[in-house]
Every structure is written in structure tokens, then in C-alpha cells.
Design a protein around this ligand. Structure first.
Ligand code: ADP
Ligand code: MG
Length: 262
């Protein structure tokens, strides 16, 4: 059964969308069946997957609010080699509309229930806030990947996110775990980066991914061509790092599942 991972941090600009798109493409490159869900009204993951957010007939908005099935709204990202449940500005309305609905926190989870067999990984690119959309992402997920920059205020924001994750796991989704913390835009020459990195290791131990994502201009350029970095520049440090992250993630899951009987 597919693993559902939410990529979340209420801070904007920490690399959630970059990680969602490039991890999805890297997992797809290792022959995993991947669905990427864009849960941000900005639609950056949609555009970054080569799908025009202004031309959507159906989107995650319809799935959340209209009872539209996943199959009706999912499109293929040819560039990424994965399936995409796209988003655009319509989703802003869902934040408000959801508040009056029954099971408002669990609508994405129910929509995904039938799709879990069809994928190895379902990744959810969450918006930069702890609103009802992010809550839907966390209630639908088995684990949370938290991308973060190693800077002074990074740790401060982390406690609000971890409180939210704990609250959701105690009330709505007991299976929810912190899958891993990912250091993005990493610059080992910066002493503050190293200091924050040490604190993270102390606090989170092996929940901190060993793979770090360097600051790499190719990662910032690729979305304007609607391409994952793996397709845009396969040799770049960014592409290599996200492939390494996919490898680390898959190895962890294999280990957690134990030896497979043959
Ligand atoms: P979020 O989704 O958390 O708001 P993004 O993934 O959109 O963050 O990243 C914010 C900006 O930083 C984007 O312009 C993106 O291209 C750029 N960026 C993200 N990760 C890197 C990186 N490792 N190196 C260089 N630029 C990056
Ligand atoms: Mg984003």
C-alpha cells in the first residue's frame, strides 16, 4: 500500500514545493509509482510539473469540495513521470468552504483511500500556513517531511508545526509521524548553518535526513521551464541531491518494513 507523505512547514520559501516536485520526479525515476498533490492555491507544484494552472478543468478544489473523484482530476506530468492532482487559485475558496462541511479535516484522506493501492508514494505539497488545507494534508498523511533552512528563526517556527502534528495525531490521525527533517539551501561554509544543524541532530537524531539539499541555481531555474531538475539538468548538484534523498527515503522504508519473505 502506498505511503502518504505531507511536505509541510508553515514558513514560506523553505523549499516545500521544490522538494515535492523533485522528490516526486526522483522517486518516479527509480520506478516508483508516484502521485503528487498540489495543496497550495499558488499552484507552484502544478506549474513546476509542466501543467498550466490556468487551463485546469478539474483540480484538487473539486476533489475537496465537490465530491469529484480523484481519477477525474488527476493528470499525468510527462516531464516528471508521475501523476499530479493540480491546484490553482480556486483552492483559496476551499479554505473557507471547508469550514462549514462535515468531516472538514478528513476530506482529502477519504478522497485518497481508493488510490492508495495504485501508488507507491503519494506526496502532498502543503501551503505555507497551518490552515484547513494543511490540516487536510496532515490528516491524510502517514508521515510529514519538514524542509527547513538552517537559520536562526527556523527552530522557532518548528515548535508550532510539531504541536500541530501532535494535536492531529492525538485526535484525528493516530498513525501520523514525523517522517524526517530535511535541510534545504544548505551552505556548510556558514557557521550558523553548522550550529543549527548540530541542534537539529541533537533534537531529532535519525529523524534528520543525512542527505542535505545544497543551494543550487538549477533548482531555482527548472520550474520556469515546467521541469523537475532531473530533466532540466541531470548533472546538477540539485538533481544529485534529490536523487540521494529519494534513495535515503526508500531505504528507510525498506528497513522499517523488515525483510521481505520470499
Ligand atoms: P516553499 O514551497 O516552501 O514556499 P519553494 O520550494 O517555492 O518554497 O522555494 C522558494 C524559492 O527558493 C523558490 O524560488 C525556489 O526556486 C528557491 N529554492 C528552493 N530550494 C532551493 C535550493 N536548494 N537552491 C536554490 N534555490 C532554491
Ligand atoms: Mg510552495
Amino acid at each position: 500500500m502506498g505511503k502518504v507523505l505531507a511536505i509541510a512547514n508553515q514558513k514560506g520559501g523553505v523549499g516545500k514545493t521544490t522538494t515535492s516536485v523533485n522528490l516526486a520526479a526522483s522517486l518516479a525515476a527509480t520506478k516508483r509509482r508516484v502521485l503528487l498533490i498540489d495543496l497550495d492555491p499558488q499552484g507552484n507544484a502544478t506549474m513546476g510539473s509542466g501543467i498550466d494552472k490556468s487551463q485546469l478543468e478539474r483540480s484538487v478544489y473539486d476533489v475537496l469540495t465537490d465530491g469529484c473523484s480523484l481519477d477525474e482530476a488527476v493528470q499525468r506530468s510527462e516531464a516528471g513521470g508521475y501523476d499530479l492532482l493540480p491546484a490553482n487559485g480556486d483552492l483559496t475558496a476551499a479554505e473557507v468552504e471547508l469550514l462549514d462541511m462535515k468531516m472538514k479535516e478528513s476530506r482529502l484522506r477519504y478522497a485518497l483511500a481508493s488510490a492508495r493501492e495504485a501508488y507507491d508514494y503519494i506526496l502532498i505539497d502543503c501551503p505555507p500556513s497551518l490552515n484547513m488545507l494543511t490540516v487536510n494534508g496532515l490528516v491524510a498523511a502517514d508521515g510529514v517531511i519538514i524542509p527547513m533552512q538552517c537559520e536562526y528563526y527556523a527552530l522557532e517556527g518548528l515548535s508550532a508545526l510539531i504541536n500541530t502534528i501532535q494535536r492531529i495525531s492525538s485526535v484525528l490521525n493516530p498513525g501520523l509521524q514525523i517522517e524526517g527533517l530535511l535541510r534545504t539551501m544548505y551552505d556548510p561554509r556558514n557557521s550558523l548553518t553548522r550550529e543549527v544543524s548540530e541542534q537539529l541532530t541533537e533534537h531529532f537524531g535519525d529523524r534528520l535526513y543525512q542527505t542535505v539539499i545544497p543551494r543550487n541555481v538549477r533548482l531555482a531555474e527548472a520550474p520556469s521551464f515546467g521541469l523537475p531538475v532531473l530533466v532540466y539538468d541531470k548533472q546538477s548538484r540539485g538533481a544529485v541531491a534529490y536523487l540521494a534523498l529519494a534513495g535515503e527515503l526508500v531505504r528507510r522504508h525498506r528497513k522499517a518494513a523488515g525483510p521481505v519473505a520470499i
